[in-house]
Design a protein. Structure first.
Length: 408
C-alpha cells in the first residue's frame, strides 16, 4: 500500500510525536509499504534549527514544508505558526499522487482535518492517531471560550475528522470515552497507548553517574521532571514543593526539556528565587537512558481538566528505568491505574494539585524508600514497543477497503 503520514514533527526531531511517528514509518516501510511523510522543516522546540526540504530516510520519502517561526511566547504567535503549517502542508498534499491510506496525528491541532479531506478526495482510508484532543484541550485550558465562534468552527472540524476516520487510535480509556461522547461509534476506536522508547531507555548505571557529575548532581537526591513543559501539565504544585524544601540542600529539582512552562521555570531560577532547581535542555536520544537514570524520582503531572484530553506518556520511560514515581493530578486516571499495579519494589507517591506541603512531605518519605531499579517488568512489558507497535501496524493495514477516488 501507499501510505501517507502527516504531522508537524518527524525524524530527526526528538519530541515524542516525532519519535513515535518515525518508528511507525520505519515499521510500515519494513513491511513493504511505500511510505511518504509530510512534516515541518523546523525543529518543534528549536525553530531556529531547520531540516532538508526533501529527504529519503530508510526508504521513506520525507517532504518538509516551511512555516512561520514566531514562537510560543504568545497564543497568537503559536496560532499563526500552526496555521501557516496547516496551509503549507495542505498545499503540498495537492501536489502528491494518490495514496491508499492517510494517517494524521494532532500536531498542530486539527491537522487531521486536512488529512481527512485529502483522504476523502482520494477515496483513501483515513487513520486518526489522536495524541491529544482539540479544541477540547484549548477550552479546558481557558485559551478558548466554549461559546466562541472559533471554538464552534474548530469543533465541527474535529468531528469531521472523527467521522471520516476508518480507524481512530485513542491513547487510553479516558480518551476513548471522550471520543465516544462525541457520538463516534466505539467499534471505530482502538485504545492503544504509545510505547516506551525501550530500545533506548533502560537503567544505565554508568551513564547515571556521568550525567550527575556533568551537571553537578553528585551526592544529591534528584527529583526530575523530563519532557515537554506545557500549561496542560501545571507545575505550580511541584514548584511549591521545591520551595518548601529549599532548606534541604541535599534535594535538587531538575527540569529537563522545553516548552513555554520550561521558560517560566528557567526565569525563576535565573532570578535567584529557586537555588535548588536546575534546568537542562532536551537530551539527545542517545543520552536519554543516562539522563532518565540520573533521577532518584521522576515526576508526571496531569492537569485536572485534562483527563482524557492529553496522555501522560512519560510514565512509561520512568518505569523502564525503574525510578520511583511522583504523580500530581486527578484520580482515577491512566497514571493512577498504572501505579496501582506496581509492587513494593517500585515505590511511588501521589498528590492533588494545590497540595505543595503534602507533596514536599511525600518526597521526603519517598526518599527513604529507594527503588531496586530492576523496573516494574510486568507493567513495563505491557507498554513496550514490541507489544504495541505491531498492533498499530496491523490496525492500519486492516482498515476498511478504500472507495474509488472522487477525482484523480
Amino acid at each position: 500500500m501507499k501510505i501517507l503520514l502527516l504531522n508537524q514533527a518527524f525524524y530527526p526531531d526528538v519530541v515524542s510525536t516525532a519519535q513515535h511517528l518515525s518508528e511507525l514509518a520505519v515499521a510500515l516501510a519494513e513491511r513493504g509499504h511505500t511510505v511518504t511523510v509530510v512534516t515541518g522543516r523546523r525543529a518543534y522546540d528549536a525553530p531556529e534549527q531547520t531540516f532538508a526540504a526533501h529527504e529519503v530516510w530508510r526508504g521513506i520519502q520525507i517532504h518538509r514544508v516551511a512555516a512561520t517561526r514566531l514562537g510560543k511566547g504568545a497564543k497568537w504567535r503559536r496560532a499563526v505558526d500552526f496555521g501557516s503549517f496547516v496551509l503549507a502542508s495542505g498545499w503540498r498534499l495537492l501536489t502528491l499522487p494518490r495514496h491508499d491510506v492517510v494517517v494524521a496525528l494532532t500536531t498542530p491541532p486539527l491537522i487531521s482535518f486536512i488529512g481527512a479531506w485529502r483522504a476523502r478526495w482520494w477515496g483513501a482510508a483515513f487513520g486518526y492517531w489522536v495524541m491529544d484532543m482539540n479544541p477540547d484541550e484549548a477550552i479546558a485550558a481557558g485559551w478558548l471560550r466554549r461559546d466562541s465562534l472559533m471554538a464552534k468552527v474548530l469543533e465541527r472540524m474535529s468531528r469531521f475528522s472523527f467521522r471520516q476516520a476508518n480507524r481512530i487510535i485513542a491513547l487510553d480509556r479516558f480518551m476513548h470515552d471522550r471520543i465516544v461522547a462525541k457520538g463516534i461509534a466505539p467499534e471505530k476506536i482502538l485504545t492503544l497507548a504509545p510505547w516506551s522508547q525501550d530500545q533506548d531507555v533502560h537503567f544505565d548505571a554508568s551513564g547515571r553517574e556521568r550525567f550527575r557529575e556533568q551537571h553537578g548532581l553528585t551526592g544529591k537526591y534528584v527529583v526530575m521532571y523530563s519532557g515537554n513543559h506545557s500549561p496542560v501539565h501545571p507545575l505550580d504544585t511541584l514548584l511549591a514543593a521545591a520551595d518548601r524544601l529549599q532548606s534541604d540542600e541535599s534535594i535538587v529539582f531538575c527540569f529537563v526539556g522545553g516548552g513555554s512552562e520550561f521558560k517560566r521555570v528557567q526565569a525563576s531560577v535565573a532570578s535567584g528565587q529557586r537555588p535548588n532547581v536546575r534546568c537542562l535542555p532536551y537530551q539527545p536520544l542517545a543520552q536519554l537512558a543516562a539522563s532518565l537514570s540520573a533521577a532518584d524520582a521522576h515526576v508526571v503531572v496531569l492537569g485536572e481538566a485534562m483527563l482524557g484530553l492529553v496522555h501522560p506518556c512519560k510514565i512509561y520511560n520512568m518505569l523502564a528505568v525503574g525510578a520511583p514515581v511522583i504523580y500530581v493530578g486527578p484520580q482515577p486516571s491512566h497514571v493512577s491505574e498504572i501505579l496501582a499495579q506496581l509492587g513494593a519494589e517500585s515505590p511511588w507517591c501521589a498528590a492533588p494539585h494545590g497540595a505543595g506541603d503534602t507533596l514536599a512531605e511525600q518526597i521526603q518519605q519517598l526518599r527513604q524508600r529507594p527503588a531496586q531499579r530492576q523496573g516494574a517488568a510486568a507493567v513495563t512489558a505491557t507498554f513496550a514497543k514490541a507489544a504495541l507497535l505491531p498492533r498499530l501496524v496491523a490496525a492500519l493495514e486492516t482498515m476498511a477497503t478504500p472507495q474509488p477516488p472522487r477525482r484523480e
